[in-house]
Design a protein around this ligand. Structure first.
Ligand SMILES: [Zn+2]
Length: 144
């Protein structure tokens, strides 16, 4: 997923005026009309053109209040997924049942365990984060 804020050198809570100022500055730097006057190699030209399209795309989304709201929600989700990368998919039957915790557990690479209680299973929660590290696993509930 493209981080439109990063592309525009802005922050998610910047005002529309801030975004516009940044967009106008960036779009001038890589505008196709400007590029033709520069002595660019084919490759540099392609890179600059891609940058132009990227900046244009970012602005089109972020300048629209509704699109921006929708995008912000997706970005948050995406950033969460980056923070907790799902590194495995495990069947519930591969978990051990821990009587003491009254929960299903599965060993994590860091030495700790993923803990999935029955309530979560009943609710259909299918992503478990390790409490000790940033790993997460996807629980395949379909095959159980
Ligand atoms: Zn862990």
């Amino acid at each position: 997923m493209e981080d439109f804020y990063k592309i525009l050198s802005c922050e998610p809570d910047d005002s529309i005026e801030d975004l516009k100022r940044s967009y106008q500055k960036l779009i001038l730097e890589c505008h196709p009309d400007k590029l033709s006057s520069k002595q660019l190699s084919q490759e540099e030209h392609t890179v600059a053109l891609q940058r132009f399209l990227q900046v244009d795309r970012a602005w089109k989304t972020l300048s629209d209040e509704n699109l921006r709201k929708d995008y912000n929600a997706r970005l948050k989700e995406w950033q969460f997924a980056q923070k907790f990368p799902i590194h495995d998919s495990v069947c519930l039957e591969d978990f051990d049942y821990n009587e003491e915790l009254e929960a299903h557990t599965y060993p994590c690479r860091c030495g700790d365990v993923f803990i999935l209680d029955q309530t979560s299973v009943d609710l259909g929660v299918d992503t478990v984060c390790c409490e000790s590290c940033s790993l997460a696993i996807h629980v395949d509930l379909e095959n159980t």
